[in-house]
Design a protein around this ligand. Structure first.
Ligand SMILES: [Zn+2]
Length: 316
């Protein structure tokens, strides 16, 4: 417990003063928390502003410079983590496959979400939705529509708290409450989790893994949540996309909605296929199994050859 309070205290020190005070939420279950202030999520949260996202806007100029120097950023390390055969976290899919996954965070956001779902359906693009639990409870019919369309419904916590800033017990519960909300709405248990606000540490990933969830990060974040302009979003995506990209988008953003038909058309013309995170993860799992079989084959092959040598040696 000592470590727990130490962690909480350290987290408070890192908090910007502008972050929301918990009492503005009026949520009784949070009143007893030892931390007085915390980051509480995104723009849709009642009485909440400004967004923590805005404060963490990437330095695009710096990124552009780096890209020119390095030929483009692409995760080469720590892209996937395994615990035995359990896929604990992914940053991208198999780079050998021309696959792209569109992911939409922070929904459901009716009636916008239905409009987005209809567009994706028309384009035959499956997507993955990381849903906020309390919004699912308010619109449980939306995850059902998503499943009907072949989209993947995934967990984005219950309250959209920054899980690095809350006590460990609450972080774990935020994830399980998110699962519960989705289960109540559509009867499925999610396979995937994305930390709210993109804030995570090894403990958060571990909390999710213990609940049999794969944490999903991303390769491409055009920061569409601040509505930077359609051209900017398009440029940021097209200039960073690679085989296996996971594109981080947000439900409820008109500019994102507007560029989708053109974006899909361009990426398809370049040979990309759109897949869900589930399909992407399945391909990674299949690839790993194939590699293991090959390694086993090599091992048994070398055993055979040793046996063979043994026989040869005995013969003489
Ligand atoms: Zn979010």
């Amino acid at each position: 417990m000592g470590g727990y309070f130490k962690k909480a205290k350290f987290s408070i020190m890192r908090l910007p003063i502008s972050t929301c005070v918990i009492c503005t939420l009026g949520m009784c279950q949070l009143a007893s928390l030892p931390i007085q202030a915390k980051s509480v999520g995104d723009r849709y949260f009642p009485n909440y502003h400004p967004t923590p996202h805005t404060a963490k806007l990437p330095d695009w100029e710096l990124i552009e410079n780096l890209k020119q120097k390095t030929g483009g950023w692409w995760p080469t390390k720590s892209v996937e983590k395994w615990r035995g055969n359990q896929l604990v976290s992914i940053t991208r899919g198999d780079p050998a496959l021309m696959e792209i996954a569109l992911s939409f965070d922070d929904g459901p956001h009716p009636p916008f979400t239905q409009k987005l779902l209809a567009l994706l359906k028309r384009m035959k693009v499956p997507a993955t939705f990381f849903l906020v639990g309390w919004k699912v409870d308010e619109a449980p019919y939306i995850p059902r529509l998503m499943l009907k369309d072949g989209d993947v419904v995934a967990n984005h916590t219950y309250h959209h708290f920054d899980l690095k800033l809350v006590p460990p017990e609450l972080a774990y519960n935020e994830i399980s409450l998110g699962n519960d909300a989705i289960r109540r709405a559509c009867g499925i248990t999610p396979r995937f989790f994305r930390p709210s606000g993109g804030q995570f540490d090894p403990a958060v990933i571990n909390d999710a893994a213990e609940q049999h969830l794969t944490t999903v990060l991303w390769t491409t974040d055009p920061a569409d949540y601040v509505s930077p302009g359609k051209g900017v979003i398009m440029h940021r995506i097209l200039s960073t996309v690679r085989p296996g990209s996971i594109i981080l988008l947000h439900d409820g953003m008109q500019q994102t909605y507007d560029i989708l038909p053109t974006l899909v058309k361009i990426l398809r013309s370049e040979g990309y296929r759109f897949v869900t995170i589930a399909q992407m993860a399945d391909h990674l799992i299949a690839q790993r199994e194939a590699n293991e079989e090959q390694m086993d084959g090599n091992r048994s092959g070398s055993t055979l050859s040793l046996d063979h040598q043994d026989k040869i040696q005995h013969r003489y």
